[in-house]
Each structure stands twice: as C-alpha cells, then as structure tokens.
Design a protein around this ligand. Structure first.
Ligand code: ADP
Ligand code: MG
Length: 242
C-alpha cells in the first residue's frame, strides 16, 4: 500500500473543512478526487503534501506515518511527493528549464546532475524545443507539462495534481491525461488527481473519491461506480459525453 489516509480530518478554527476520512491508493493507481467547489479537494492535497497538518488522523506513505515525523525526516518524506498545481503555478521570470530544476536547485543537487535530470524531464513531457522559453510564451497545455515535469524532479512515488486540466480545451485535456497515464505506467506512480470534471474521471480514474462539504459521499473503483447508475458518480459518468 503506497498511500494510506487513516481517519484524517481538518478544521480551521470552528470550521470543519474535512470530516474524518479514510482511503488508500496503491502503487500505479490513479485516484480521482471529485466534488463541487469548496468541498475540500485542495485541502486534502495540502494534507498529503505536508503543507498543512491534519487535525486528526494519520497519513502513511510506504508504511511510514508522515504525521509523526520530525523536521528532518519530514524534509526527506516531502521529496517522495510531487505536486502539480492548478494553472501550473510557474515562475514567470524563469525559463522552462529553470522552473523544472527549481526543486533540485533548492535541495542543492549537484549542477551537472540537476541539468541532466531537468533535460530528461523536459524532453519527456515533450518540451525539449521550448526549454529556454518563458511561461508567457507557452500555451496552457505546455505550461501544465512544465508543472508536471517540475513535480517529478525529485523522482517522487506520489504525484498530486490539482485541477491541472481546468481551462484547457478537450484535445489538450486528453493529451495531458494521456501523459499522466503514461508517466504512471513508466514510473509506477501513485496519482491523486483532483478535478471537478466528470469526463476527466472517466478518462483516467482507477478509483474515485467523491466529496461534498468535506464528507466522503462515495468511494469505490471507477468500474464499480460506472456499473451503478444509482451512485452519484455513476449517474454522472453515464450521462456525461452522451
Ligand atoms: P475545493 O478545492 O474542493 O474547492 P478547498 O479545499 O479549497 O475546496 O476548500 C474547502 C473549504 O475550506 C472552503 O470552504 C474553504 O474556504 C476552506 N478553507 C480552505 N483553506 C482554508 C484556510 N487556510 N483557512 C480557512 N478556511 C480554509
Ligand atoms: Mg480546489
């Protein structure tokens, strides 16, 4: 079991943003987290990538409880988790190469090694001929490719993706999702993909977690939900695209 969420909840002051929830994702599995705006999807990713602490519960990665780690161990654990953000969140005054190598520079990875890893990733996401471009000179899909390459810079086991296809046209969306699936296969990544788009779920998800107001309404394999038209996700998966 790569990633296990055990009774995790999140409160901000008096507001409960996530009720206690539990789920797990295996190596090589894509879990889609779906739900309306404000349902707690991004908060869930922030908990997994350790940018915020859960109010209750534990998060296990490769069997290790991330919520119990000291500072130094936490820094090492963070390297195993890469995040690709909504709108890519690139640094506008840095080139494609410089954006991708940021996590490597930050950790003081040796220059030649960082350069080789960056070149490999930029090439892998199909942007070798754009390596010296700035984000402002890229299309939306290309920006997301840069964000994905940057998320993979430290060879993580887990890739978190927050609305990485929102605002993209269907053809570009499909190409980004194909890239995610190919990388999952090549690197045996566990992927947690947040989206509000049911056609994205249908295209990539092995499992689906459906959230509403911080509560898990449905959690099952995409195949099982698809077969169950009485489920919320199932009914939408059946209706969408028809
Ligand atoms: P989603 O990504 O599904 O749209 P979010 O996880 O961003 O939802 O937000 C869920 C809820 O948590 C929202 O009501 C939001 O206002 C609240 N929230 C998120 N971050 C914070 C924070 N740092 N402080 C207080 N409330 C927050
Ligand atoms: Mg969000």
């Amino acid at each position: 079991m790569t990633l296990q969420i055990d009774n995790v909840s999140k409160r901000y002051g008096d507001a409960t943003v996530l009720e206690p929830l539990s789920w797990s994702a295996e190596k090589g599995e894509i879990l889609a987290v779906v739900g309306p705006s404000g349902s707690g999807k991004s908060t869930l990713l922030h908990l997994i990538n350790l940018s915020t602490r859960p109010s209750t519960g534990a998060i296990y990665l490769d069997g290790e409880d991330l919520t119990a780690l000291g500072r130094r161990q936490l820094r090492d654990a963070r390297r195993k988790i890469g995040t690709a953000f909504q709108s890519a969140a690139l640094f506008q005054r840095r080139t494609v190469n410089a954006n991708v190598s940021l996590p490597l520079d930050y950790l003081g990875v040796e220059k030649n090694e960082a350069r080789a890893q960056t070149a490999r990733l930029v090439e892998r996401v199909g942007l070798a001929d754009r390596a010296d471009f700035y984000p402002g000179q890229l299309s939306g899909g290309q920006k997301q490719r840069v964000g994905i390459a940057r998320a993979l810079a430290l060879n993580p086991h887990v890739l978190l993706a927050d609305e990485i296809t929102s605002g993209l046209d269907p053809v570009t969306t499909a190409s980004i999702l194909d890239l995610i699936k190919a990388l999952r296969d090549e690197l045996q990544l566990t992927v947690v993909l947040v989206t509000h788009e049911m056609d994205v779920v249908r295209a990539v998800a092995d499992k689906v977690l459906y959230l509403e107001n911080g509560k898990v309404v449905e959690y099952d394999t995409a195949a099982a939900l698809l077969r169950d038209p009485a489920s919320h996700v199932g009914s939408q998966l059946l209706n969408w695209g028809q």
